[in-house]
Write a protein that binds this ligand. Structure first.
Ligand SMILES: *Cc1c(COP(=O)(O)O)cnc(C)c1O
Length: 432
């Protein structure tokens, strides 16, 4: 299996080089040349087994082939349970039992395992530079923490993440360095892009990113959808419909990929926060990126969803076909607050602000008389957003064990001016 670029100007390449490269040389995103079919796949005992079965076709020609079982076992070592909610047919797909209590842990750990296995022992240390709005940086830091041959540099917008998100970004040490930038997430992203495009810097050190455009962050996410849907069909005889809280479209693309592989997934609905580029597009408007707006669901504060190109390419760049395949709705902050406040009584759970956008879509579908089984994807644990969630539900929310472990570690970050010169000096100073 080869991988091609959404821009079409890169020769087909192996999964190994696509993983190492991240972005294709022509500036496009890598996608599989064809999508393998797993229509007759049977449910597997564990999430790791399912992950292996789903990912194996993509790694059929790869030096990672013989490592894939181990990489999946390590990345998918915590469960992704499908929990029934209070309402008939309502479910929550809980993806928050990893070290940083968000779904990004699965794929970040997969990518780390894959890059570690691809690494040549005597190669210079690879610096992974991540701009984060809160969750990505923590997941990448946790995944690469203490891995020989790698160091992680995190840039996050000072004061714009929750206190526990900040802790999750700052509690690693060793080969992880965290900078709180005096600026917005967009500023952090601009600084990271500038460094990644800095030829002189790249000559001096092996620099790469680990953002959600990497195939290593995208493909593994199909595993938990496959696992949940296969088990659901075995038990109930029907496909599971999915509501995915969405920002950069990484998790949503994985759900679509799983469905296109023939796994028993029915409808897919996307929930965004007030950043409504996708809802406008799916309602028939053009695709018009906007400046990012800050919302309560900060990990979804995206004005130009980076995986949109993949979604379009999978539908032959035909807007009509794409609009027929998925739909998206925006949920504003006032509604997010209402949903969090009402969820313990209505659904029997406390949701994080991101998950709340999905719950709102579920409520709308039920109000319209939809009786199909739906799973809302719970993208993070509510304890990670305690300053928003706790006042709304009126009690403390206990962190899951892995997050509690991380919160017990000491945390520290370096302040960084919103200025490329400052970042460049820090990266140079720490050169080995
Ligand atoms: C990253 C993130 C999202 C958005 O996921 P995308 O793959 O960017 O669409 C939603 N919720 C949480 C908690 C996240 O961390």
């Amino acid at each position: 299996m080869n991988f091609i670029s959404t821009h079409g100007n890169t020769p087909p390449t192996s999964i190994d080089s696509a993983l190492v490269a991240g972005l294709a040389p022509d500036g496009g995103l890598y996608v599989p040349e064809r999508i393998p079919a797993l229509a007759d796949m049977r449910p597997r005992a564990t999430l790791a087994d399912t992950a292996y079965a789903v990912l194996a076709p993509y790694f059929a020609v790869s030096s990672l082939r013989d490592h894939l079982t181990d990489i999946c076992a390590q990345a998918f070592s915590f469960d992704a349970p499908l929990r029934p909610l209070a309402g008939e047919g309502d479910h929550l797909l809980e993806l928050f039992y990893g070290p940083t209590a968000a779904f990004k842990d699965y794929a970040a750990r997969f990518l780390a395992g894959a890059l570690a296995a691809l690494r040549v022992p005597e190669a210079p240390t690879t610096t992974i530079l991540v701009a984060t709005s809160g969750d990505t940086g923590a997941a990448v830091a946790a995944a690469f923490h203490r891995r020989p041959g790698f160091e992680v540099v995190i840039l996050y917008p000072d004061g714009r993440v929750s206190p526990r998100q900040a802790h999750g970004l700052e509690c690693w040490g060793d080969n992880v360095r965290t900078f709180r930038v005096a600026g917005s997430f967009d500023d952090c992203q601009r600084l990271a892009k500038q460094a990644l495009a800095d030829e002189a810097l790249r000559r001096a050190r092996a620099l790469t990113s680990a953002n959600s455009i990497s195939l290593g962050r995208l493909l593994p996410q199909a595993a938990y959808y496959a696992h949940a849907a296969l088990r659901f069909r075995a038990e109930h005889g029907v496909a599971l419909n999915l509501i995915v809280p969405t920002g950069n479209l990484g998790n949503a693309c994985a759900a679509l990929l799983a469905r296109r592989m023939g796994l028993p997934i029915g409808d897919i609905r996307l929930a965004t926060n007030a950043n409504d580029v996708l809802p406008r597009y799916f309602a028939g408007g053009g695709y018009a990126p906007q400046p990012t707006r800050a919302t309560l669901a900060n990990a979804m504060d995206v004005g130009a969803p980076s995986n949109f190109e993949r979604l379009r390419q999978w539908h032959d760049n035909d807007d009509g076909a794409l609009r027929a395949a998925v739909r998206a709705d925006a949920v504003d902050d006032a509604t997010i607050r209402d949903i969090i406040h009402a969820a313990p009584v209505r659904h029997g759970i406390v949701p994080c602000p991101h998950t709340a956008t999905g719950l709102h879509l579920l409520e709308r579908l039920r109000a319209q008389g939809d009786t199909r089984p739906w799973a809302v994807v719970a993208t993070a644990h509510p304890a990670k957003f305690e300053t928003i969630v706790e006042p709304l539900v009126g009690h403390a929310v206990v962190p899951p064990r892995a997050l509690a472990d991380c919160l017990r570690r000491p945390a520290s970050a370096h302040a960084l001016a919103n200025d490329y010169g400052a970042l460049h000096r820090r990266l140079q100073a720490e050169n080995r």
